[in-house]
Design a protein around this ligand. Structure first.
Ligand code: NAP
Length: 331
């Protein structure tokens, strides 16, 4: 089969705005006019990951969108992400490809003090907030900073980068994130690095705006989050994987996996992304190499296609691959 010359994957078609939407705050329930329709994270098969791209960020984000990515993942965490570069890349790509804001799903994160390294930041303007700010102010400032960096007026998904030291602190931050939804600066909320199903269920139960996204490292040490992913599927939560290729060479290069890939003439790395998409996940892909991106997006498009096609993994193939991780949950 031809792995080159892929077409861009389907971008999400925004649905018509609903005239009214009920939003809630910690203390009150109000009905407000929504300016726009929220995009569901599920409409996007994969997101482009922007970590560790430093001064190449703008160029690589522009390249990724131009090659077909429509979802972008970043963070208000200067240690690992150049969020301003992401914004520049988005602006350039939108112009070059005649895209509107509604075509893109832009996700960023609130990263708590423990996930930052403020001592290394030379320019004070690069800090998303001050070390001494109370938690709710940290969230407020971080979101304002992200909107500014990304040159946008709303964020599709705001992810808490990881649970804080205590559940009480996590909930304080979540409430501040919920206020951003109430004020329509953010459309969806999520949590990352959350490997305890009980913790996730507790947050889900306490949340007024429920988590729509869970972003976790996809690796053996967490048992590939098999039970947590099953619960996410049941709740309609989008499970995003990172370290997808890096952490799983033992699966991607295993004999049963390679046999399926050869039979279907699919690049094994791309087939692993396909597997995850067909299992209801949304893999992050931070590739810098155009050929990899083109290849990955072509197969991702087949996996995300609601209709049958010759490349989609069959139930039996999904079962064999899942078996390599001990995943026996319903297909
Ligand atoms: N929430 C968190 O705490 C957290 C932590 C880490 C990462 N993330 C997010 O996840 C994103 C992705 O990071 P990641 O760690 O999963 O890794 P990644 O940046 O996607 O890198 C995976 C590696 O796979 C290679 N690759 C991609 N497609 C390939 C193909 N078809 N064939 C062969 N190799 C291929 C890439 O090489 P090439 O560049 O040469 O293609 C790259 O070296 C990050 O940018 C970030 O947005 C989040």
């Amino acid at each position: 089969m031809n792995n080159s010359g892929s077409k861009s994957p389907k971008s999400s078609t925004p649905t018509k705005p609903t005239p009214t939407t009920t939003t809630t705050t910690a203390t009150t329930t109000t009905t407000t006019e929504h300016k726009r329709a929220k995009k569901s994270p599920k409409s996007f098969a994969t997101l482009y990951g922007t970590a560790w791209k430093a001064d190449k960020t703008s160029q690589l984000v522009n390249q990724a969108i131009s090659l077909g990515f429509r979802g972008i993942d970043t963070a208000g965490q200067p240690k690992h992400y150049n969020e301003k570069g992401v914004g520049e890349g988005i602006t350039a790509a939108m112009k070059a490809n005649n895209l509107s804001r509604e075509d893109l799903f832009i996700q960023t994160k609130f990263s708590s003090i423990d996930a930052q390294n403020f001592a290394d930041i030379k320019h004070p303007d690069s800090k998303p907030y001050c070390h001494s700010d109370p938690l709710d102010v940290q969230v407020r400032k971080s979101v304002t900073n992200s909107l500014h960096n990304l040159n946008i007026d709303y964020i599709d998904s705001l992810v808490l980068h990881g649970p804080l030291r205590t559940y009480d602190e996590t909930l304080q931050v979540w409430r501040a994130m919920e206020r951003e939804v109430d004020e329509e600066r953010v459309d969806n909320l999520g949590i990352s690095n959350c490997y305890s199903l009980k913790y996730l269920q507790r947050l889900h139960s306490d949340a007024i705006h429920k988590p729509q996204v869970v972003q976790n490292r996809f690796y053996e040490e967490s048992g590939w989050d098999i039970n947590l992913r099953q619960w996410c599927r049941q709740q309609g939560i989008t499970y995003q994987s990172f370290w997808t290729l890096t952490a799983n060479p033992q699966i991607i290069h295993s004999a049963p996996f390679v046999k399926i890939a050869q039979k279907k003439q699919i690049v094994p790395e791309s087939m692993f992304y396909m597997y995850l998409i067909q299992r209801g996940c949304q893999p992050l892909n931070g590739s810098k190499t155009p050929n990899h991106i083109t290849q990955d997006l072509e197969f991702v498009k087949y996996a995300h296609d609601p209709n049958d096609n010759e490349y989609k993994l069959t139930k039996q193939e999904l079962g064999i691959i899942g078996g390599l991780m001990g995943d026996t949950t319903d297909l």
